[in-house]
Each structure stands twice: as C-alpha cells, then as structure tokens.
Ligand binder design. Sequence first.
Ligand code: SF4
Length: 238
Amino acid sequence: MSLPFTPTYSSLNTFIGCERAYQAFYVTKEAIKQDTPATLFGSLIHALAEEYAKNSHLSTMPSSDYDDPERHFQHIKQIIDHYKPKSAQVYIEHELNVSKTGQVLDWSDPSGLIRGRNDFICINDQGVAVLIDWKTGKFKEQYFDPKQLQWNALLIFARFPEVQTLYFCYVYTGEGLQKKGKIERKDITALNEQILHWHSRLEYAYQADSWIPKRSGLCKNHCDVLNCRFNGRRQLRL
Ligand code: SF4
C-alpha cells in the first residue's frame, strides 16, 4: 500500500518512537503537537537564521522573554560567515523529496521515500557539501541522535550528483556547540536501506490499520496524545 504522503524525518521518527502517536498526529489527527515557549523561540531563531543567510544582514533583532535571541544569533552568524563566502552553492530552508529509486520528486509528491526541509546547505566546487541544522534547545548526550541529518543527507546526494562527501553539523545555538559527522557517497546504500525499512513498516501499519502504543519517558508529561490510555497528563485531567 502506498502512503498518503511522503514522510519526513520527523513523521517517520514519530512512528519509530510510538505508532499510536503517529496515528493520532498524522492519520486520525485527533491530536496536534502543541506549541510551547521553547518551540516558538526555536521558530524565531530559525527565521533570523534564514533572513541572515539570505541577505547577510538582519532588519531587526527581536526580543524574547524566553531567551536571548542575540546570543543565539551570534553563533549562527559565525557559522554562516564562515561557510557562505567559500561556497559555490548555498541553499536555505531547501525542500527535497526523493523516490525509493533515488529520483528527485516535487515536494508534494506522495510517492517519495523521504522528504525534508534543510536549514542550511552549502556546496563547494570540490563536491563537498556541508549540511547544518540549528538546534535552539540544550544539547543532551543521552538524547543525541544523528539520524535526522544522516537521512536528510540522502536527499542531498540524490539532488546534487557532484557531491561526493558531506559533513553534517548540528549547531546548538545557545552555546555555539557543534556536533559533526561525515558521510561519503558510498554510505548512502546503507542509509537508503535503513529508511526503506521504516518506510515499509509504515506502509504495513497503514495497510493493517495497526498502531501499537509504545510506552516511553514521553508518556508521563511530554506527549500531546491526551486520549491515549498511557498519557500521564490525561490521567491528571480525569
Ligand atoms: S502517551 Fe505514550 S504510548 Fe501513548 S501515544 Fe503518547 S507516547 Fe505513545
């Protein structure tokens, strides 16, 4: 069975974390992911990064009760100022969708393997790409998972055949901390298989209409599926 839309890293990772949560957010839509002060601040910082990467200046520096945007922005500026001038190509908030056979598809094509919007991509004239993701939360070793950029790297290798090596970097904008990795074109078969595995598990779940709850540390306080029987916030409301 084909999927109703091409998954993103975020939707597929929701499915990997808990099928029941995926069902609630993406199938029945009985739950929506709620904005929090942290997610709103994250959107503000991403908008600043996008504006600066495109225009090399900011029209204004907003204020926030949540955290200091200027401090986050200074770390972003350093990175953009480092990479942008020496890149032959720069892409900001770039949307890519690829098929199971590696064809580039339109963003809205539902038949893709995976799609994603990447914060900042730059490619030099030696076929080396750098893929950056701005993280406005604090780095926590126990939750660090490079899968998001590894999977999005597949999109870049498919779209830019000249890219042979890709460096990915999560930038924790509050502290300026960078967590990096490297992927060569020869590594994409293994990545493709990993995504295919989860994509076909998702297809099976749609076909069987089977969505198994998977309890985790999120259930007690951090899951927005309030009508799930394992949701701790639901129990508080009863
Ligand atoms: S409360 Fe837990 S089991 Fe229920 S949907 Fe959320 S993450 Fe899944």
